[in-house]
Design a protein around this ligand. Sequence first.
Ligand SMILES: Nc1ncnc2c1ncn2[C@@H]1O[C@H](COP(=O)(O)OP(=O)(O)OP(=O)(O)O)[C@@H](O)[C@H]1O
Ligand SMILES: O=C(O)C1=C[C@@H](O)[C@@H](O)[C@H](O)C1
Ligand SMILES: [Mg+2]
Length: 176
Amino acid sequence: MTCLILIGMMGAGKTTVGRELARRRKMRFADCDHEIVARTGVNIPTIFEIEGEAGFRRREAQALDELTAEPDLVLATGGGVVLDPANRALLAARGVVIYLDVPPQILWERTRHDRNRPLLRVENPRQRIEELHRQRDPLYREVADIIVEGGRCNPGAMVRQIEKALQALDKTSCEH
Ligand SMILES: Nc1ncnc2c1ncn2[C@@H]1O[C@H](COP(=O)(O)OP(=O)(O)OP(=O)(O)O)[C@@H](O)[C@H]1O
Ligand SMILES: O=C(O)C1=C[C@@H](O)[C@@H](O)[C@H](O)C1
Ligand SMILES: [Mg+2]
């Protein structure tokens, strides 16, 4: 069975939906952000404070490379993973890439009370989400095999959409 890799903006539901998708398909679940936190022993805002965004991105690229080397995995990525062209090439080569496409207004509603996202610790986080979305949406689309619209869908409905799309895609092996 192939690796299933979830991409999308902060708050799109990659962690929530990924965990449920893995449970339903009896696959292992991993989360790039959680892996980085486990390896460093500090939270993401602290990594940004000490090493800057560039330091975090280096750790992210490393974790992505190691995690996607395993088959049979559902992987939730961080929202900025597609910024690096080398990461995009890796994503495209190593699994079925699933973009959770959620409009900025809903991303904002889901993330507004959460302080764990350093890129949103700015004066106008709502505008920041819109800017990031404008910049990244074409990159997510570039690498996606499947695009799931997740505006007003609950996580269970998103998982069902993904499973339907996977059946249609019929891309069942990582050995390609
Ligand atoms: N489909 C959904 N419907 C309603 N709420 C959701 C849905 N998916 C996720 N949420 C909620 O939105 C918040 C963000 O979800 P989650 O942490 O899974 O996003 P993420 O894509 O992993 O974000 P990040 O890139 O920051 O890790 C959580 O509080 C989660 O419970
Ligand atoms: O969108 C982003 O750039 C980020 C999203 C989170 O998942 C974390 O990877 C980190 O907060 C950066
Ligand atoms: Mg997440």
